[in-house]
Design a protein around this ligand. Structure first.
Ligand code: PCA
Length: 255
């Protein structure tokens, strides 16, 4: 559980960034989503970095989020259990403690080759495998009575644009699946939608590929080195802080 940093009377309170990743699941011994989050724990994207992403035209407009990012920002890593219900309780508790301006949850999508910001979270749990507590809900709402879906409030297209400009493979994903990642993503967006006045956190979910050592056990599976994944998440955070209005360029698919 991350601690909120002590506030100093001289410096403005830092902008807190909550970066969550998952524990290993499905017989794996490592989960790159947590390895990336913990590598960035304590990282402070500085003002120059926020405004000079090296991505040229990728940054779009800056607005309120960019202005706030002009002060200090600091990343707090949180490891989530891969357990329906428990992971969302952990995330809720961290949000209540840190009051972050930005919440990015990461998860492993084994079989994907690139960094994939998710566009949409859906209000359904439909587990093909059991979670780490043996739970396997089928066709159950994440939050009963809540809307069918929420969109990410991260600038997903600007994120992809900046990653590609830096030579890092990325694409928008239109499904986060129906397992614990989508569950957490939906609960996050529902929570942010009901955060009340004065709380203006942006949030979303990003899937990452296997690490090379994981992919070696699955013939033909794509992977991405941990250092590349960490570099990608630095870019994602900078773009999320700097860009308030997402790019209008297609990431559409026919199917
Ligand atoms: N990936 C799983 C759950 C935890 C993780 O890292 C998913 O995509 O649902």
């Amino acid at each position: 559980m991350p601690e909120a940093p002590a506030s100093s009377p001289h410096a403005p309170a830092p902008v807190n960034i909550l970066l969550a990743g998952f524990e290993p699941f499905d017989r794996d011994s490592v989960n790159p989503s947590w390895e990336v989050a913990r590598a960035l724990d304590g990282w402070q994207p500085d003002r120059a970095a926020v405004h000079g992403t090296g991505s040229g035209e990728a940054t779009g407009e800056t607005g309120q989020a960019g202005d706030r990012a002009a002060g200090r920002a600091v990343v707090h890593a949180l490891q989530l259990r891969c357990v329906f219900g428990q992971a969302t309780a952990q995330l809720d508790e961290a949000i209540a403690t840190l009051r972050p301006a930005l919440v990015i949850c990461l998860g492993l999508a084994g079989g994907r080759a690139d960094i994939t910001p998710e566009r949409v979270a859906i209000n359904i749990d439909d587990a093909r495998i059991a979670d780490n507590a043996g739970r396997q809900p089928i066709d159950r709402a994440v939050v009963s009575g809540a809307p069918a879906a929420y969109f990410s409030s991260l600038p997903i297209k600007a994120i992809v644009h900046a990653l590609r400009a830096a030579g890092l493979p990325a694409s928008v994903s239109n499904t986060a699946g129906t397992f614990v990642c989508n569950h957490v993503f939906f609960a996050l967006m529902h929570r942010l939608a009901h955060a009340g006045p004065g709380v203006q956190a942006r949030g979303g979910f990003i899937h990452v590929p296997y690490l090379p050592e994981q992919a070696a056990r699955v013939p033909g599976a794509p992977s991405m080195a941990l250092e590349t994944q960490i570099a990608a998440l630095r870019s994602v955070i900078r773009t999320s802080l700097a860009v308030s209005q997402d790019l209008r360029e297609t990431a559409g698919r026919l199917h």
